[in-house]
Design a protein around this ligand. Structure first.
Ligand code: 13P
Length: 254
């Protein structure tokens, strides 16, 4: 079966609104006709412009946000709610990125609440997991990822699993230029799928797109996409330039 690649750009805290709009204009023609699920996750401030000015009614392009709070409204200074994101035309939400866990003290319990809230508001969570270098060197990578997956998916129904995306992003590979070996990414993705299969069955687990993230670039994306259990990529640095992101999308078709 030829899988449809799923390529998501995580811009992190890069790009003003002007820069984001210019990127969206530049990339549109380059990848418009590709059979790839393309999701761009700009910073919050740029989402509305990209959505309403540029990408409205473009079925090939989807918008994502990088974070949200789980409540619909309330006295939560600085936070943004799923309802607010929905209104902007957002379809996907990155949950539990390692940078949020590391710098903003997000726990597995927070991640689980956000996953549930996203699903309840018709947003598709891209739930991130991944081990540190220290844990990998200690041989604890699988145990760590298992903990994140089990806790993150706690209480989800089979219907929820149908709308879930998981991203495996080993922390040591993020922004370092040192990507995981494609076979190692595949092994961890297969392991993640087996955890989901254990709880929800093979058929549902087989439908969950599992992305790899960590120093993905135009030169290595095809190697990842050739792996059985890698369905796409979550791209940071190499998603910031239109040329390089477009090449990643093109080269993801193998
Ligand atoms: P890089 O592609 O810059 O390594 O970042 C990966 C990432 O964190 C995507 O969420």
């Amino acid at each position: 079966m030829i899988k449809k690649p799923f390529i998501a750009a995580n811009w992190k805290m890069y790009k003003t609104t002007g820069e984001a709009v210019s990127f969206a204009q530049d990339i549109e023609e380059m990848i418009e006709d590709l059979d790839v699920e393309v999701v761009v996750c700009p910073p919050l401030t740029a989402i509305k412009s990209v959505s309403t000015i540029i990408w409205q009614d473009k079925p090939n392009f989807k918008l994502g946000a990088q974070n949200m709070f789980w409540e619909e409204e309330g006295a939560y200074t600085g936070e943004v709610s799923p309802l607010m994101l929905k209104e902007l035309g957002v379809d996907y939400i990155i949950v539990g990125h390692s940078e949020r866990r590391q710098y903003f003290a997000e726990t597995d319990a927070f991640v689980n609440k956000k996953v549930k809230s996203a699903l309840a508001h018709d947003l598709i969570p891209i739930m991130c997991c991944g081990e540190s270098l220290e844990r990998r060197e200690q041989g604890l990578a699988e145990r760590w990822v298992n903990g994140q997956i089990v806790a993150g998916l706690e209480g989800l129904s089979p219907g929820d699993i149908e709308r879930l995306v998981v991203a495996y992003e080993p922390i040591w590979a993020i922004g370092t230029g040192r990507n995981a070996l494609p076979e190692d990414a595949n092994a961890m993705s297969a392991y993640i799928r087996s955890i989901i299969a254990g709880a929800y069955g093979d058929e549902l687990a087989g439908q969950v797109p599992i992305l790899y993230g960590g120093s993905v670039k135009p030169e290595n994306i095809s190697d990842f996409m050739r792996e059985e259990h890698v369905d796409g990529a979550l791209v940071g640095g190499a998603s910031l330039k239109p040329d390089s992101f477009a090449k990643i999308c093109m080269n993801s078709i193998v």
